[in-house]
Write a protein that binds this ligand. Structure first.
Ligand SMILES: [Zn+2]
Length: 178
């Protein structure tokens, strides 16, 4: 029996320690300097503890509803600080959009360049050919057939000059641009 009593003592001390942050929090809540989210997180931390030690103190845990009292403790008669809870759930539900446009994800089409065969990623072109398109555009050499969203396999690829010829072609294009 004395062992049992010592054990209860130990558990009680443990609970006191666990409850301290809650008490602090409640006093801060009453002072209006804290928010309900932190109260909820403390309550969630306490819930398993309550269900574990409740029976030791003869607390009827009502068939697994032991977490209910802890959750219900939040704000009796106090209006919830409205925005906090809904905002938290809605932001994870997709407030921010990803960078890529949804239209590009349709990706069943093939690249617009003839014989490429890769799935299109951007404006009807695969990643490599879109890069090439951008490069051609930047250097003022984009062929008129290389349209945005051209039909799959419809655009003839062009062979770019290499080496000195490439430099020459670039210079030529720059001249035409200016
Ligand atoms: Zn391609």
């Amino acid at each position: 029996m004395s062992v049992d009593k010592a054990f209860r003592e130990m558990v009680r001390n443990e609970i006191e320690a666990q409850l301290k942050p809650l008490r602090d929090l409640v006093s801060r809540l009453e002072a209006g300097t804290s928010d309900l989210d932190s109260l909820r997180s403390v309550a969630e931390q306490l819930a398993p503890l309550a269900s574990a030690v409740g029976p030791l103190f003869g607390v009827a845990s009502g068939g697994g509803r032991a977490s209910a009292p802890a959750a219900g403790r939040r704000s009796p008669g106090r209006p919830p600080k409205s925005a906090a809870a809904p905002a938290a759930s809605s932001s994870s539900a997709g407030g921010k959009r990803r960078g890529r446009k949804p239209a590009d994800e349709g990706g069943a089409r093939d690249c617009a360049i003839q014989g490429c065969g890769k799935p299109s990623r951007t404006k009807g072109y695969c990643a490599a050919h879109y890069q090439k398109l951008r490069m051609l555009e930047k250097t003022n050499r984009r062929p008129s057939e290389w349209k945005d969203y051209a039909a799959p396999n419809s655009v003839e690829d062009i062979k770019l000059p290499r080496g000195r010829a490439a430099a020459k072609a670039l210079a030529e294009a720059q001249k035409n641009a200016g």
